[in-house]
Write a protein that binds this ligand. Structure first.
Ligand code: PLP
Length: 387
């Protein structure tokens, strides 16, 4: 079976993890701060705060931005549910901004219209969370310009996009945002098993996120309310969580980080091969790629035309019978039953609805072979011919 995505674990990754297991600290040793420093340096950002998932990173990122009851957070309907849930964890509410139908990324025009009407109603968002769908950066210059104009903060959900670039800089440089969040789930670009990181250039935000990931407890005398009573002394100064990453995970992350650029290059090469082979298939279109960016290609998504999209489920079964596993990203979050119960309606996001009905994700991961890409495209062509 060719999966739609998979991690690559090499012998050097295994050794890095085993070294930690044989050492004195399997959590809260030197590996986590090293991984934070290296990843932040790689993407060109000042501070990294590693946590046990991108979901946790989104939660503490929202809290560090001051999101709380009475606030509203806006995100994209075309994303994993975690991008929206983080607002609800903080007691805030969430709203959705429709996407560009060619990229699946938050649409700047839709954002502008929604901001203007929200301003009239006195209900501007505290934070906007654009999602870099499939690894391609949103138009951050446009989105962050609007956010600034209306006084909203920006958290980039770059769970798909570590190693990608926008305007020559790595996603995560935070030139256009307060915080950027990465995921290291095995299906993403690099992995720590489970894990995530929030990066920021703002020292206050970094300090707050560090506190929140570990119970709100500090050993830094500068942050304490009283002077330390001795070497054992710590203080809890906020209500935090245990969202810590282990040194075992960080060692794996450091080892994988060494291959990040290689992985993204391999993903781009395979995507280029797909693009080429599909260029004469009129019934499907790859996602539009903006020249301002360089996608990390977490996913290779194609959009099916009207004649084929109605057969999507048959296409899934057909691929399965050929040993190919494909996927769909994403059922719009407002159409999830939990969100429907909160009063959201899919029809309010027509582009997202269209996108969901057309999109499929073909297999893509660094160890996928060019021959596999040809095999997959040949079967797609066969399916279309036989319709
Ligand atoms: C995977 C993903 C998340 C959550 O990541 P975890 O590390 O699994 O918590 C959040 N947002 C998006 C867009 C994702 O794809």
């Amino acid at each position: 079976m060719i999966p739609y995505g998979r991690q690559e674990i090499l012998e050097c990754d295994v050794e890095a993890v085993v070294d930690v297991l044989r050492s004195d600290y399997i959590t809260q040793g030197l590996m986590v701060p090293e991984f934070e420093r290296q990843l932040a340096a790689h993407v060109g950002c000042r501070f990294g705060v590693a946590v046990n998932s991108a979901t946790s990173a989104l939660h503490i990122a929202c809290l560090a931005m001051g999101v709380g009851p009475g606030d509203v957070v806006w995100t994209s309907p075309i994303t994993f549910v975690a991008s929206a849930n983080c607002a609800l964890y903080c007691g805030a509410s969430v709203e959705f901004v429709d996407v560009d139908p060619l990229t699946g990324n938050m649409c700047p025009d839709a954002l502008q219209r929604k901001l203007e009407s929200a301003k009239k109603m006195g209900k501007l968002p505290k934070v906007i969370i654009p999602v870099h769908f499939a690894g391609q950066s949103c138009d951050m210059a446009a989105l962050s310009g609007l956010a600034r104009q209306f006084g909203s903060g920006v958290i980039e959900d770059a769970s798909h996009a570590v190693g990608g670039r926008y305007q020559q800089k790595f996603i995560g440089s935070c030139e256009f945002s307060d915080i950027t969040v990465f995921s290291f789930h095995p299906v993403k670009i690099i992995t720590t098993g489970e894990g995530g990181m929030a990066v920021t250039n703002n020292p206050k935000i970094a300090e707050m996120m560090q506190l929140l990931r570990s119970h709100g407890v500090t050993r830094d005398p500068e942050l304490m309310n009283r002077s330390p009573e001795g070497a054992w002394y710590y203080e809890q100064i906020a209500l935090g969580f245990n969202y810590r990453m282990t040194d075992i995970q960080a060692a794996l992350g450091r080892s994988q980080l060494g291959r990040l650029d290689h992985y993204v290059k391999a993903r781009n090469a395979l995507a280029g091969r797909y693009d080429n082979l599909l260029s004469d298939v009129n019934e499907v279109k790859p996602l539009y790629q903006d020249k301002k960016g360089y996608s990390a290609y977490h996913l290779y998504v194609i959009l099916l035309d009207d004649a084929i999209k109605v057969h999507k489920s048959t296409l899934f079964d057909f691929f399965k019978s050929k040993g190919i596993s494909i996927n769909v990203h994403y059922k719009p979050v407002p159409t999830q039953p939990y969100y429907e119960r909160l009063g959201f309606q899919g029809e309010d996001y027509p582009n997202s609805h269209q996108f969901y009905s057309r999109a499929i994700s073909l297999p893509l991961y660094p160890s996928l072979e060019t021959g596999d890409v040809e095999y997959i495209v040949n079967h797609l062509k066969e399916f279309i011919r036989e319709l």
